[in-house]
Design a protein around this ligand. Sequence first.
Ligand code: SAM
Ligand code: SF4
Length: 332
Amino acid sequence: MNRPVLKDSFGRAITYLRLSITDRCNLRCFYCMPQAQFNWMPPEHILRFEEIIQIVRVLARIGIKKVRLTGGEPLVRKDALNLIKSVSSLEGIKKICLTTNGILLAEMAKDLFETGLRHINISLDTLKPEKFETITGRDFFKSVWHGIENCLNLGFDPIKINFVMMKGKNDDEITEFARLTQKYPLEVRFIEFMPIGEMSKWKKDLFISSDEAKALIEKEVDRLTPLERKVGAGPADLYSFNNSPGKIGFISPLSHKFCSSCNRIRIRADGRLRLCLFSDQEIDLLGLIRRGISDRELTEFFIDAINKKPAKYLENSLHIPSCKRQMSTIGG
Ligand code: SAM
Ligand code: SF4
């Protein structure tokens, strides 16, 4: 069956939903969450299982094909496995992906594989246990690495490693992470550090651009060959070393805007629809759902909302995009 294509007012087809299923997390990455007291979303404000299913069912009918579950840490939500199973079986959903900090993969990777999930992104910013604790506030490096090994052994494909580049914090490990792709079938993605959140620890001095990282890798490791971008692929520019099992991706929201090809919307765990990562414009879905909105009305709501998607992100006076919400409440 030919599905309608959900387009925004700038003609961009919207096919990708990033769905945050919880704002809770078992890590405290300094760049993602405030270190001080944090107010979690009240449980009664979190979208319930059947509410999520209604939202995705409606979106799948009007063009969403890919769904990524994220958080907070999605695997701390008790019904995460059931959500993955149920969302991926909805008609029209072609791809389901998970972004996780990997801590629970040591025990959950097999169950996740059995749900049919294959696309997994694991966040890891260092290979040094002490530095892991400094960045994330917890001593869980071993569990994450064990989780990555589990995923490799089980045959998840692709396994992407999200590495947020921060000068003076982990830039000394950029080449080591690049070398991982010579040994393992991993896609290591170097992500530019973004100034997200009112209490963001982002500073210009911490910023490293993708171009800088790529130059460093080519100087210290080997030449990178660009890989062809697949239709509908994400924002990463992909490369590989000759004869390597893995790939290298650069995600450059600050140095190379990709707004013109943006195909995504985001929904927070409390049902707030975000049309642009960097915009604090949010539309409340939870109220509508709890008032018993029909699928037809919800369809009209989404078509109308997506028309409000901005053409590109707004920059502040330093020509840097930013938003007030913490990343842990948006999901990346
Ligand atoms: N807890 C899961 C995890 O860490 O993978 C999922 C949620 S986390 C918010 C999603 C991704 O956002 C992670 O890869 C994380 O490193 C990235 N992230 C968080 N804050 C960021 C920032 N300020 N700039 C760039 N990436 C960021
Ligand atoms: Fe938690 Fe992921 Fe944010 Fe780290 S990046 S604090 S793991 S939500």
